[in-house]
Design a protein around this ligand. Structure first.
Ligand SMILES: Nc1nc2c(ncn2[C@@H]2O[C@H](COP(=O)(O)OP(=O)(O)OP(=O)(O)O)[C@@H](O)[C@H]2O)c(=O)[nH]1
Ligand SMILES: [Mg+2]
Ligand SMILES: [Zn+2]
Length: 301
């Protein structure tokens, strides 16, 4: 019998595909104490594998997790690559902020990708660039890419691959934005992709199950996770009080408002509002903040 560490790369109806260091993938069952403790194995979990030739293989221990994300559910993530379409479906910035904030609270860094740049008309392009800049100023890496235009494809690969090398990266974002298309472009795989329903420009949830795939390009091998699209995002780790701190570009101004309990909405001598009108904090991000604040006070009621 053999005992070693592997990583869960997929879960399929009670079985798990586990990637070993030598590159083999075994389909295993879960055994062991963690099941009594109601701990569900997650994508990305490191497990101790028992490969028994006389029996089906299994794993019996889950190693301590570095972090956990809820949607998509995964563990030990080095970073999220959150994908939105620049158009079709139009980007939903509040949803993006919800996602970024929850990841920040969980200690998971995020890269932001806007796909389908080929669909932008000249005037939209300028608009989206301004918005992208506001995310860059907030400290995020932002990429505007396309998976169909050949020149853009080459550039996309060149730009993204160095960031994926040696890491476990989960691709997340709404349905139909091109997560699977991008993964196919990056690793030449054959993930199923789906057309959008025309009327509402919404994806049809083509990817049903999350799976981690090896990416060999770059300096070191990495893993990238294709996941089903989401349409909403519930922030478990956030309250009205902690929301302002969740905006990195707000942090230098917190504590400078006239009122210590300032919510930065309509209060006088508000340092955040001043930074917005001075052009230091972007209006897009501030507007998202106001909407999220409203959502949170509504969710609390
Ligand atoms: N014009 C254009 N279309 C794209 C681009 N990338 C993907 N698409 C199209 O967008 C549609 C959805 O792509 P998918 O890759 O299936 O999207 P997904 O994010 O994996 O969607 P789910 O699996 O449902 O979450 C497909 O029809 C793709 O051909 C792009 O860069 N430009
Ligand atoms: Mg997909
Ligand atoms: Zn204020």
């Amino acid at each position: 019998m053999d005992n070693r560490i592997g990583r869960i790369v997929a879960g399929i109806g009670g079985n798990y595909d586990v990637l070993l260091e030598d590159g083999r993938i075994l389909r295993l069952k879960a055994r062991g104490l963690f099941r009594k403790q109601k701990i569900t194995p997650l994508l990305g979990d490191l497990v101790t594998v028992c490969e028994d030739v006389s029996e089906d293989g299994y794993f019996d221990r889950i190693l301590e997790r570095k972090n956990v994300s809820v949607r998509p559910a995964a563990a030990n993530i080095d970073q999220m690559l959150v994908v939105f379409a620049a158009r079709y479906p139009d980007p939903h910035f509040k949803l993006l902020d919800r996602f970024l904030i929850e990841c920040d609270a969980r200690g998971i860094p995020c890269l932001i990708v806007f796909n389908k740049a080929d669909l932008l008309e000249e005037k939209d392009r300028a608009k989206i660039r301004t918005i992208l800049k506001s995310y860059e100023e907030a400290g995020y890496r932002v990429f505007l890419i396309s998976t169909v235009d050949p020149d853009e494809c080459r550039r996309t690969k060149e730009e993204l691959i160095p960031f994926l090398s040696g890491k476990l990266t989960i691709f997340a974002g709404p349905s139909g934005v091109g997560k699977s298309s991008l993964i196919n472009l990056l690793i030449g795989s054959d993930q199923e992709t789906g057309i959008l329903s025309e009327k509402i420009a919404r994806g049809k949830n083509t990817t049903r199950h999350a799976r981690l795939l090896p990416i060999q390009e770059g300096d070191k091998p990495g893993l990238i996770g294709d996941t089903p699209g989401f349409s909403s995002f519930y922030m478990q780790k956030l309250t009205e009080e902690t929301l302002p701190k969740a905006y990195p570009e707000f942090r230098p101004f917190l504590g400078l408002c006239r009122f210590t309990n300032c919510r930065h909405v309509r209060e006088e001598d508000c340092a955040i509002r001043k930074a917005v009108s001075d052009g230091i904090i972007s209006r897009v991000r501030y507007r998202n903040y106001l909407e999220l604040l409203e959502d949170l006070s509504y969710e609390r009621k």
